[in-house]
Write a protein that binds this ligand. Structure first.
Ligand code: UT7
Length: 333
């Protein structure tokens, strides 16, 4: 392989409205202390009425283009499980709003692993020469599919968007994506789901049960699967790259629960402080989680040019995946 996909820009965006743990405790049978100690989350951002995933994706995507110093991209790939409408995909409208009319544009739905899947597909399109530049966006608005009465999911999820611009470059360059590993286990798809609204329910001709329109999650089982699969995936990517685990300067995982990050660190035998963590500020933002953590890592000076980094995700599907890179010199916009 003599052509690689290189990270050339990074952008992030969260909606204005902040919901603190105290806000949730005032409305639900929970406490700020429970949320903080069981998840590590202190606050999350949620969209305003009428605001959509596409709106957040445009903000983050525009910032990634600016960070890369360009106004152009050949393709827009949007990872999301909360599209603006169930049909068509949201990416073409995002591309148009960013002034990228004519660019190929499509959505990828792999829930919390969506950004890693999108990076993998986009990198392959760059490596093959099909695209010279791809704007890869992860954006979700899970606040729009949560049961307002569900204290567990409402404590965890927040809305947001993050994006990187990939450009064609050389495999030895900083920023070149490599060591991609992706996997799934559809036998456990019901651990996280929105049961209604798809063809399985709509083909019955009967209206959905009201609660079936909301996202549900079997938290404890998902926790165990997240630790097992993210740890194994990070190890696989390190092995594919011929990096010892101890060579990893930073691990940037999907921010699902700070206890999951600690458990993965223990499982692969790395100090937890090598794991970038911003869950306290934004909660679990699904497909936006990894690029938002990248942007916060850069802004806080935790992610520095030249560091060996593995990104890893896990989520509904079940799906999981990891990819490695030597961190490039990029500014988070
Ligand atoms: O994004 C990718 C996929 N998602 C994840 O990776 C999330 C993985 N799961 C988790 O992060 C955790 O399982 C949760 C945060 C969802 C739950 O934490 P937990 O420590 O696993 O709690 P649990 O489900 O085992 O529940 C323990 C107790 C229960 O009460 P009882 O049965 O012991 O009386 C729950 O009813 O905590 C209760 N509980 C709460 N209490 C206060 C659950 N949610 C809350 C809450 N406030 N918000």
């Amino acid at each position: 392989m003599n052509r690689a996909a290189v990270v050339a820009g990074l952008g992030a965006w969260v909606p204005e409205t902040v919901v603190t743990n105290d806000d949730l405790a005032a409305r639900l049978d929970t406490s700020a202390e429970w949320i903080s100690t069981r998840t590590g989350i202190e606050q999350r951002h949620i969209v305003a009425p009428g605001e959509s995933t596409g709106d957040l994706a445009v903000e983050a995507g525009g910032r990634a283009l600016k960070s890369a110093g360009t106004e152009r991209a050949d393709m827009v790939v949007l990872a999301t499980s909360t599209p603006d409408r169930s049909c068509p995909a949201t990416a073409p409208e995002v591309a148009a709003r960013l002034g990228l009319g004519g660019a190929a544009a499509f959505d990828i739905a792999a829930v919390c692993t969506g950004f890693v899947y999108a990076l993998g597909v986009s990198a392959a399109l760059v490596e093959s020469g099909t695209a010279g530049t791809v704007l890869v966006i992860g954006a979700d608005t899970f606040s729009t599919i949560l049961n307002p009465a569900d204290r567990t999911t409402r404590a965890i999820f927040g809305d947001g968007a993050g994006a990187v611009l990939l450009r064609a470059g050389a495999p030895a360059e900083p920023g070149a994506l490599k060591g991609l590993h992706l996997g799934s286990d559809g036998t456990r798809s019901r651990l996280l789901e929105v049961a209604a609204g798809g063809s399985r329910q709509r083909s019955t001709g009967r209206p959905a049960e009201p609660d079936a329109e909301f996202f549900t999650m079997e938290g404890r089982a998902v926790f165990a699967e997240a630790v097992r699969h993210m740890a194994a995936s990070v190890e696989t990517t390190a092995r594919l790259l011929d990096w010892r685990l101890d060579d990893l300067d930073r691990v940037v995982l999907h921010q699902a629960n700070s206890r999951i990050l600690v458990a993965v660190a223990e499982r692969i035998g790395l100090p937890a402080d090598r794991f970038v963590r911003n869950i306290e500020r934004v909660g679990n933002t699904v497909a936006a989680s990894i690029p938002l953590a990248l942007a916060d890592g850069v802004r806080r000076g935790e992610l520095l040019a030249g560091q060996r980094v593995v990104l890893g995700g896990f989520g509904g599907g079940l799906t999981w995946g990891s990819v490695g890179l030597v961190w490039p010199d990029v500014v988070a916009a």
